[in-house]
Design a protein around this ligand. Structure first.
Ligand code: SF4
Ligand code: SF4
Length: 185
C-alpha cells in the first residue's frame, strides 16, 4: 500500500492540573450544537471529565471510535496510588455504557478536533481550558494510504446495529420517495 504524508493532530492531557471545572465540555457541546453555539449540553460533548470528587480525581477523556461490540474484561488502573476503575480510560462509544453517545438518539459521538471552515486556531476545549491541562500539537507523519471511515458511516453502522439493516433501508427508501415528491411539486 502506498505511503502518504499526513498531518496528525493530537491533544496532550496533563490530568494533574485538571480542576474539574468542565469548561471544556461546555465549549465542545456549544461548538457542535446545530446551529453552532445555539445550546449547551455537556452530555453532547466529545470530551468528558471522569469525576470522583471525594477522591480528588478529574480525568479528561476524548471520544474515540464507535464499536458495536463491548470487550469481555473490565480492567482497572492504579496510578500514583489512585485507582481508576473499569472503562474510565476507554475512548470508545460502545454498547456497555451511555458515554460518548448523543443523548436523544444514542448515536455515537467522536472528537473531530473541531474541524471547521474557517478553521479554528486551536480546538475549542483547548482554548477554554484555563488551567493549561490541554495542549494542542500537530506533526507530519508517514502513514499507509487507506480508506477512512467517515463520521456518517460510523453513524449508519450504529443505526444498523440498533434498528437492523432492513429498517434502515426501508426508512431511506421512504425518505427518498418523499424528497422526490417534494422536489417535483
Ligand atoms: S477537540 Fe473539539 S471536538 Fe474534540 S473534544 Fe475538544 S472541543 Fe470537542
Ligand atoms: S476545562 Fe481544563 S480544568 Fe476544566 S475540566 Fe476541562 S480539562 Fe479540566
Amino acid at each position: 500500500m502506498a505511503k502518504v504524508m499526513k498531518t496528525v493532530k493530537s491533544i496532550k492531557v496533563d490530568a494533574d492540573k485538571c480542576s474539574g471545572c468542565r469548561a471544556c465540555e461546555i465549549a465542545c457541546s456549544a461548538f457542535h450544537a446545530t446551529p453552532k453555539y445555539s445550546s449547551i449540553n455537556p452530555a453532547r460533548a466529545r470530551i468528558q471529565i471522569i469525576r470522583y470528587p471525594l477522591r480528588d480525581i478529574w480525568m479528561p477523556v476524548f471520544a474515540g471510535e464507535y464499536t458495536p461490540a463491548e470487550c469481555m474484561g473490565r480492567p482497572s488502573y492504579v496510578i500514583d496510588g489512585k485507582e481508576y476503575p473499569e472503562c474510565d480510560f476507554c475512548r470508545a462509544s460502545c454498547p456497555a455504557r451511555n458515554r460518548f453517545k448523543e443523548p436523544d438518539s444514542l448515536l455515537p459521538l467522536k472528537c473531530d478536533m473541531c474541524e471547521s471552515d474557517p478553521p479554528e486556531k486551536e480546538p475549542l476545549c483547548v482554548q477554554w481550558c484555563l488551567e493549561d491541562v490541554l495542549t494542542y500539537e500537530e506533526r507530519e507523519e508517514e502513514v499507509e494510504e487507506g480508506i477512512e471511515i467517515e463520521d456518517v458511516e460510523a453513524g449508519l453502522l450504529a443505526m444498523v446495529d440498533k434498528y437492523g439493516l432492513q429498517k434502515i433501508l426501508d426508512t431511506a427508501t421512504r425518505i427518498s420517495q418523499n424528497v422526490v415528491t417534494f422536489e417535483s411539486k
